[in-house]
Design a protein around this ligand. Structure first.
Ligand code: CDP
Ligand code: CDP
Ligand code: CDP
Length: 224
């Protein structure tokens, strides 16, 4: 069989990555991999252990001792840490506030690197045609040679309004500031990526644009 297709989607908080990735996964038969949820899960675990982001040694020791595995549920890949799936707490205000501080640490990023790169093989084994993987550094660091690299932009105000409409408390601007300014794998639109400004587009319009692009290489599941 041919190599799994890799669709990489990056962008700031509430730029539409998860909604877009879910729609593309369903349309093209891909495994949806939300790497933001992985960083949230690691953050929640370290916070539960009362390990602060400046405690480098406990963080390194803690992460070296855990086992990462994957549970495929429907068409999404869930990270299991020592066999445990994420709890609802990964979307809490607490995690929203602290996740970027942990995600800036090279030790945390290194711990998740090989795991993320193993996902196309997980997808293949489960009968998917590839992955649609979303995050901040998928097209720049994790899969710089991905079949498709997409960067979603949207105005700060539009993104804050989207989160508010979902009823979530989230300091979108502050997380973007931290994610963009860090040294390790900063949030950026990598050279050569397809750059989409979704400020004035509906989710459906974004999905249609990207589907047209992907369909040039991979026929949608519904077509014959
Ligand atoms: O859903 P939202 O875009 O608000 O955030 P997320 O994708 O769940 O990511 C949460 C946080 O994890 C981000 O603000 C980043 O600090 C970090 N992250 C990262 O550093 N690299 C990734 N590939 C994905 C997320
Ligand atoms: O994953 P990320 O944080 O980048 O965004 P999301 O969780 O997909 O949330 C984006 C929210 O904005 C969802 O409620 C979408 O329905 C909405 N939205 C969008 O994603 N794209 C648009 N062009 C317009 C609205
Ligand atoms: O080592 P393994 O065979 O598990 O992985 P790989 O074949 O190196 O990577 C699987 C896919 O990820 C291939 O399509 C590579 O081109 C891509 N890849 C990438 O885009 N950037 C990397 N730094 C590593 C792998």
């Amino acid at each position: 069989a041919s190599a799994p297709i890799i669709v990489a989607i990056d962008g700031g908080a509430a730029s539409g990555k998860s909604s877009t990735a879910r729609a593309l996964a369903a349309r093209f038969g891909l495994l949806h991999v939300d790497t933001g949820s992985f960083y949230r899960q690691v953050c929640a675990k370290l916070m539960a252990q009362r390990i602060a982001p400046d405690q480098t040694e406990p963080i390194e020791a803690g992460l070296a001792a855990v086992t990462f595995s994957t549970q495929v549920v429907g068409n999404t890949a869930q990270l299991l840490i020592d066999g445990h799936a994420a709890g609802d707490d990964i979307r809490s205000e607490q995690v929203n506030t602290h996740v970027s501080h942990y995600a800036a640490l090279p030790a945390v990023r290194a711990a998740l690197l090989a795991y993320q790169r193993s996902q196309p093989e997980v997808a293949r084994k489960h009968g998917f045609r590839g992955v649609v993987m979303e995050g901040r550094d998928i097209g720049s660091v994790i899969f710089p040679n991905a079949d498709f690299r997409i960067f979603l932009h949207a105005d700060q105000a539009a993104r804050a309004a989207r989160r508010a409409a979902e009823g979530r408390v989230d300091a979108v601007a502050e997380r973007d500031r931290l994610d963009t300014s860090r040294k390790a794998a900063p949030l950026l639109c990598p050279p050569g990526a397809v750059d989409i400004d979704s400020t004035h587009l509906t989710l459906e319009e974004v999905v249609e644009k990207l589907s047209a692009l992907i369909a040039q290489k991979l026929p949608p599941l519904s077509s014959c």
